[in-house]
Design a protein around this ligand. Structure first.
Ligand code: 5GP
Ligand code: MG
Ligand code: MG
Length: 181
């Protein structure tokens, strides 16, 4: 449980508006005249909630896949080592892949996942991150779709966890070391 006051950083209303804007940009960008399927790959578990909202704003056929990437342990500091696990019976060969993550911090996760997915020979790979902490970037990566830039704070809610908790919160809230118990 959180002790005392919980500070909302991004309200559910702003979340909904931002998801709609990202979806509109994706709808504008992808060429509906190709017969390449758009494969949305959601990075578990953090991006589950965002991905569920995002795909329902898209006006093209979507194939949904999931991938597990982990770099954070139970704490709030990245270990830089990214473990990637992707498994599907369906091929990515010749597909337009959109990698969807909840938040980008150092950029190590999206960079590692992007490199990993190349072995499946997709036609294109683009990146989408609901939140971004640009001040924390350690690697050079161009993210095609970003919802909101946020300051260097640890956030929870809307799929984002602290030690496995708080993913169910409908708003995105700031948590500081010492707030959790
Ligand atoms: P990166 O590899 O870009 O440093 O970190 C990306 C991953 O770290 C995100 O997918 C997310 O799982 C985790 N992460 C980074 N910042 C936060 C944060 O403020 N809150 C939570 N819950 N996870 C974060
Ligand atoms: Mg993550
Ligand atoms: Mg996490």
């Amino acid at each position: 449980m959180l002790k005392g006051h919980r500070e909302v950083l991004v309200s559910r209303e702003t979340i909904a508006k931002t998801v709609a804007e990202i979806g509109a940009a994706i709808n504008r960008d992808y060429d509906k005249n190709t017969d390449r399927p758009l494969v949305v790959i959601s990075l578990l578990k953090g991006a589950m909630v965002f991905t569920a909202d995002l795909i329902r704003t898209l006006n093209m056929p979507v194939r949904l896949e999931v991938l597990v990437a982990s770099s954070y342990g139970d704490g709030t500091v990245s270990t830089r080592q990214v473990n990637v696990k992707y498994q599907s019976f369906d091929s990515l060969e010749g597909c337009d892949v959109l990698l969807v993550d909840d938040i980008t911090d150092s950029g190590n996760t999206l960079k590692a996942v992007g490199a990993y997915i190349q072995q499946y020979n997709p036609a294109t790979v683009r990146y989408c991150s609901f939140l971004d902490k640009p001040s924390r970037r350690e690697v050079d990566i161009e993210i095609d779709y970003i919802g909101l830039d946020i300051p260097d704070e640890f956030v929870i809610g809307y799929g984002l966890d602290y030690a496995g908790q708080y993913r169910e919160l409908p708003d995105i809230c700031v948590i500081r070391e010492g707030d959790a118990q």
